[in-house]
Design a protein around this ligand. Structure first.
Ligand SMILES: C[S@@+](CC[C@H](N)C(=O)[O-])C[C@H]1O[C@@H](n2cnc3c(N)ncnc32)[C@H](O)[C@@H]1O
Length: 352
């Protein structure tokens, strides 16, 4: 086959950019764990030696790390005085835990994906699943740290108000279940915003529930937020005003079964909020930078997580509105609409 030189050059250009990003990812995780970004953000611009002293780390390694950050535009470098610094935007994204743009958690997820390679090679051959619990702990912590900023920025300000009458109910005092809650980031954000309501977080991953319980104690809301280990198809309780699922419906083996159970536990005038990764219905419309992230995570994490459970429907992280609507209506819901969206998330409202 004849090689088109221009196309090859373009492909290699992409490859250089991609490989640079992949290699850089490991240094982000190291810098995040050692507090290098935070110490650099504290300023003023500093040499590698100063950053090493402030973080009690090895100066030679820190210099190489800083050089890697500068080459990736993650830090600024001033050759006039051999100093490195974070500008305001870099500091916001790399050093401010909880800022709406905080990104290091995403790279923890990436390390977990790499660690899953041998297991996924086997899974491709056997067709067996790879459960959420079978991943490295970096996945659980990375998910919490990457998702929480988006929830903090959108959940109370935009998503809940986009659901009919829900904000007012939560203000008056409502019963809320957060199913597949992981470390409980979304549950706790809602609990802080609506002190008159009671919150029940459920997840079938026991270590995540332990982390969530500790966070509820730490935040002083354990008297009105309970976290318990339970699967989506049989979590306890009745008469919920709101059931929420954040980025986990597509991870479930039997999302239709889960939908049916949500229907049984909701009050007749209750609401099911479904937050899913942003996706269009057709593959060709998801072939973009955001779809690229989600399809990759879906290959290594979400689809095998669903396959590991009963039914194993394997919706995938790019299921799109039409497939989610189908799942929800097969679970017995009569009303379904897209309530709002961000570049990363779709928020649906389902009602009996
Ligand atoms: C991508 S994480 C999202 C966690 C959390 N909702 C968040 O947004 O930070 C998916 C979560 O769904 C949970 N999960 C998957 N299938 C489940 C099921 N059938 N029942 C209960 N939890 C489930 C996993 O244990 C995991 O914590």
């Amino acid at each position: 086959m004849a090689i088109d030189d221009a196309k090859l050059q373009a492909f290699i250009g992409n490859f250089v950019r991609d490989l640079g990003a992949v290699m850089h990812a490991a240094t982000i995780v190291v810098g995040d764990q050692l507090g290098l970004y935070k110490a650099l953000a504290a300023g003023p611009p500093m040499t590698a030696d100063t950053l090493a002293q402030r973080t009690d780390t090895d100066a030679r390694y820190v210099r190489e790390w800083l050089s890697a950050q500068a080459a990736s535009s993650y830090v600024d470098y001033d050759p006039a005085n051999d100093c490195f610094s974070l500008n305001a935007e870099q500091a916001f994204a790399l050093a401010e835990e909880g800022s709406p743009a905080f990104v290091p958690g995403a790279f923890q997820i990436a390390t977990a994906q790499f660690k899953a390679i041998p297991k996924m090679v086997r899974a491709f051959r056997t067709g067996l699943g790879l459960g959420w619990h079978e991943h490295d702990v970096a996945l659980f912590h990375g998910t919490e740290r990457f998702f929480r900023p988006g929830y903090a920025a959108n959940l109370v300000a935009n998503w809940l108000p986009a659901l009919e009458g829900v904000d007012a109910k939560l203000k008056r005092g409502a019963r809320v279940a957060d199913v597949g809650c992981g470390h409980g980031a979304s549950t706790l954000i809602m609990a802080q915003a609506y002190p008159a309501s009671r919150f029940f977080g459920f997840d079938f991953h026991a270590p995540s529930i332990e982390v969530a319980r500790a966070a509820a104690e730490r935040e002083g809301v354990a008297d009105r937020v309970a976290f318990d280990v339970a699967p989506a198809k049989s979590f306890p309780g009745l008469d919920y005003d709101l059931v929420a699922v954040f980025d986990c419906l597509h991870d479930m083996g039997d999302p239709v079964g889960a939908a049916a159970h949500v229907r049984e536990t909701l009050r007749n005038d209750g609401c099911w909020m479904i937050v899913e990764p942003f996706a269009n219905d057709r593959l060709q419309h998801n072939l973009n930078p955001v779809g690229r992230i989600f399809y990759s995570a879906s290959t290594m994490i979400c689809t095998p997580a669903s396959r590991a459970q009963e039914v194993g429907l394997c919706l995938g992280a790019q299921a799109g509105e039409a497939r989610v609507r189908d799942v929800v209506s097969r679970g017995g819901f009569k009303h379904f609409r897209r309530a709002t969206e961000t570049p990363f998330n779709l928020v649906y409202e389902a009602r009996p």
